[in-house]
Write a protein that binds this ligand. Structure first.
Ligand code: HEM
Length: 370
């Protein structure tokens, strides 16, 4: 919401969080292939939503309305705040697009980016936390790398990306270990084709089995095991190992346009989190570790079924660093809310870190909005 619309949400009960959740339900639940009978009997799409047993029509009507709300409500608020037309609007105008079309395009772009970019990154982040809490040896290696490359007196930033080989490997492994979009997005052949002797006519729907590619025994040894080392050789990322990012972001001209954004967002969030936190198995009321179930949901965007873990500052220095960055980030956000110029460029570690750390303080920082 902040990145797309400049809206800072005020916690879990915020109206914009509800709008986003409702709209995402449609994408997560409704886009599972073969879930609805209408996919096999297309004439059923003419059945009206009020007809008995027309469950899919009723759900689609509900999700469509939620999608429209997501498209329009935050956009209207953002529009009201805009004092200068965005650069992209000026560019569209040069392309001969009418002002009404301009608004519709901009509206759709931000809404789709929001829908496509939130839970995919969230699910991958949960997977990293889950993988680390189940594998203390991986966390220890990550801590050692961060201590050596970054040291205790600052947070990692984007200039550390190439040096933090093990952190990059952890992210790749999380993406591979549990594919967030297990069946990608359906495509269609634009011309007749042939594959291994099978004739595929133009217009055939093709569903990529990304999950199978990421768990192919011939490509990845012990594919169900979380093992970032598989991507490293001689202290560097091994280019001969199949890179999950070539699969998980889809294929062809509709490949995920947010892939670079996603990779950078994951890097900065994961590197900063590991640098200052210990991530361990959750403890029950008896103070004994809880056995976390390693499953995944069977929705279109798949999530770990149980990502519970314990997150504690690594040290007193780490805790002080978390608190001080939370304060700076909250102040910067508050100032922006009150119309002060964006000083995110002066937040040395990039605005992503600031947002992330800001949410971490959970309103406990004294300078945070009430
Ligand atoms: C780990 C994170 C992400 C994963 C795994 C992911 C994966 C995908 C996949 C598989 C597709 C379908 C591509 C195809 O048709 O073959 C897609 C489409 C898309 N993604 Fe992502 N994505 C991620 C993050 C993001 C982010 C952060 C954004 C935006 C900021 C984004 C925006 C989009 C959009 C707009 C599309 C639709 C493109 C189109 O249909 O032309 N994604 N993504």
């Amino acid at each position: 919401m902040k990145i797309g619309y400049g809206i800072a949400v005020q916690g879990r009960d915020d109206v914009y969080v509800k709008i986003a959740k409702d709209a995402l339900e449609g994408a997560v639940e409704g886009m599972v292939p073969e879930r609805f009978l209408v996919e096999f009997l297309p004439f059923l799409r003419h059945v009206p939503p009020w007809f008995p047993f027309a469950t899919s029509q009723r759900l689609w009507a509900k999700w469509q309305a939620a999608g429209e709300r997501l498209k329009n409500t935050p956009f209207k608020q953002a529009e009201a705040k805009l004092s200068n037309p965005a650069k992209s609007l000026q560019r569209l105008a040069k392309m001969g697009v009418s002002p009404l079309e301009e608004e519709e395009i901009l509206n759709n772009v931000v809404a789709v980016a929001f829908e496509a970019g939130t839970d995919t990154v969230l699910s991958t982040t949960l997977l990293v936390f889950s993988g680390l809490s189940l594998h203390p040896e991986v966390l220890a290696k990550a801590h050692a790398e961060l201590d050596e490359v970054v040291g205790p007196h600052r947070l990692p930033d984007f200039s550390d990306k190439d040096s933090l080989v093990y952190i990059n490997a952890i992210i790749k492994e999380a993406m591979r270990w549990h594919t967030v979009l297990p069946m990608g997005l359906p495509h269609a052949t634009v011309a007749d084709d042939e594959f291994r002797g099978y004739f595929i006519p133009a217009g055939t729907m093709v569903i990529p089995n990304t999950w199978a590619c990421m768990h192919d025994l011939e490509v990845y040894e012990d594919p169900d095991v979380f093992r970032p080392e598989r991507f490293i050789r001689n202290g560097k990322l091994d280019p001969t190992v199949q890179d999950p990012t070539a699969f998980i972001f889809g294929f062809g001209r509709r490949i995920c346009p947010g892939r670079y954004f996603a990779e950078f967002a994951l890097f900065i969030n994961v590197a900063c989190a590991i640098h200052v936190f210990n991530i361990t198995a959750p403890l029950g009321e008896d103070d004994l570790p809880i056995a976390v179930k390693q499953g995944h949901t069977d929705s279109f965007i798949s999530y770990p079924e149980d990502a519970r873990c314990m997150i504690m500052p690594r040290s007193a220095t780490a805790e002080a660093s978390i608190r001080s960055h939370a304060t700076t980030a909250c102040q910067a956000l508050n100032e922006q809310e009150q119309g002060a110029p964006d000083r995110s460029s002066t937040l040395e570690r990039g605005v992503w870190t600031a947002y992330w750390i800001c949410t971490m303080c959970n309103g406990t920082s004294q300078s945070c909005r009430p």
